[in-house]
Design a protein around this ligand. Structure first.
Ligand code: GRG
Length: 330
């Protein structure tokens, strides 16, 4: 077979992306942070994640400017960063350095942001409001939003592959495997496909659960696993505990989302309230009723905590995030 000669001068349409390790926050203080109140711990990591994402997203003055601006718009300046917090907490629990968690956690947030940008498109959930701002396709246009989502997804995998804090190629491949499985047709995208196909149809509770385990739960699970595997020498029992924890808390996250969709207002949510009922979708609230949905969230929370019962204070951040997920107001 003839090999194709590539003309290198024809390739670099774009400036190369930043490939430096994240030098901006050289802090690795798991011990010092153990005593931080949860609110401080959370805001420190949310701010850190904002800086990591900002650093790794292409600057908006690099061509193609509009696409890069839309990517930054879809990711920065909003979002609770729950998935990144789960990665950091799982990393701490499993003995990973914070700097090793930065890029895997950012990759999960990029996949999440891409999913929201695409989910808001008219061909999907058709929502004009996201994180209290016009959705990306409203702020830009549909084609740009589509491309921005695509490019955010690619960037997630690129960042892990080129991260110089993670030293082992095997570790990176394992992370890429987990993240691609979680976001693809057997994970989040598959869950979204089931969601679209079942709009307007009454779902049984098991069917709803199957959909959400994929649509929402898979990425939450990947977030905690990537945090755990940020320590190359992680204790396998801790990985198992984190995995069990994340499956329960991932589903609890969705049950709470359904409760908030039914109970909270648009201003608080930063996205259109009561959207599921308006779109004729089955939710835990429509299937079980509000009271039973709240009871289910409580039971899933208890299951998540039970997965950590063997462990002491080192698992407290995971417990605190679980509490936050259950009690959140948006
Ligand atoms: C388009 C492939 C593709 C998938 C979309 C996750 C998803 C699948 C769509 C999002 C729709 C939605 C509202 C799902 C409910 C759970 C969820 C993911 C809520 C949004 O996550 P938060 O609350 O958002 O963590 P922030 O803005 O805080 O990051």
């Amino acid at each position: 077979m003839n090999s194709v000669e590539l003309d290198p001068s024809a390739i670099p349409l774009l400036e190369p992306l930043v490939v430096d390790p994240v030098q901006l926050i050289p802090v690795d203080q798991p011990d010092a942070s153990q005593n931080e109140p949860f609110t401080i711990w959370t805001s420190n990591r949310q701010n850190r994640m904002e800086r990591v994402l900002d650093k790794h997203l292409p600057a908006k003055n690099i061509a193609p400017e509009k696409l890069h601006e839309a990517m930054r718009y879809g990711v920065l300046g909003g979002g609770k960063r729950v998935r990144a917090l789960l990665s950091y907490a799982a990393g701490e629990f499993c003995g990973a350095a914070m700097s090793a968690v930065d890029v895997p956690a950012a990759a999960v947030e990029l996949i999440h942001a891409y999913s929201l940008v695409h989910d808001d498109l008219p061909c999907m959930d058709d929502d004009d409001l996201r994180r209290g701002k016009p959705s990306t396709h409203i702020q830009f246009d549909e084609a740009t939003a589509l491309l921005a989502g695509d490019a955010l997804q690619s960037l997630a995998f690129l960042l892990i592959s080129q991260d110089s804090v993670l030293k082992s190629a095997g570790q990176k491949v394992q992370m890429l495997h987990i993240l691609s499985l979680a976001s693809g047709s057997r994970g989040m995208a598959g869950g979204q496909a089931i969601d679209l196909a079942s709009t307007g149809l009454p779902l049984a509770r098991e069917e709803l659960e199957h959909m959400h385990i994929h649509k929402t739960g898979a990425l939450i699970r990947a977030a905690t696993l990537l945090g755990a595997y940020s320590n190359l020498n992680v204790d396998p029992d801790k990985v198992k505990a984190v995995d069990h924890f994340s499956k329960s808390i991932g589903l609890a996250f969705q049950v709470v989302d359904d409760i908030l969709d039914a109970e909270a207002d648009t201003a608080t949510l930063g996205k259109t309230a009561n959207k599921d009922a308006d779109n004729n979708k089955s939710t835990y609230v429509t299937i079980l009723g509000l009271r039973a949905a709240k009871q289910l969230a409580k039971e899933l929370h208890e299951n998540a905590l039970a997965a950590l019962s063997f462990y002491g204070a080192e698992a407290d951040r995971l417990r605190e995030i679980a509490q936050y997920i259950i009690q959140r107001s948006y």
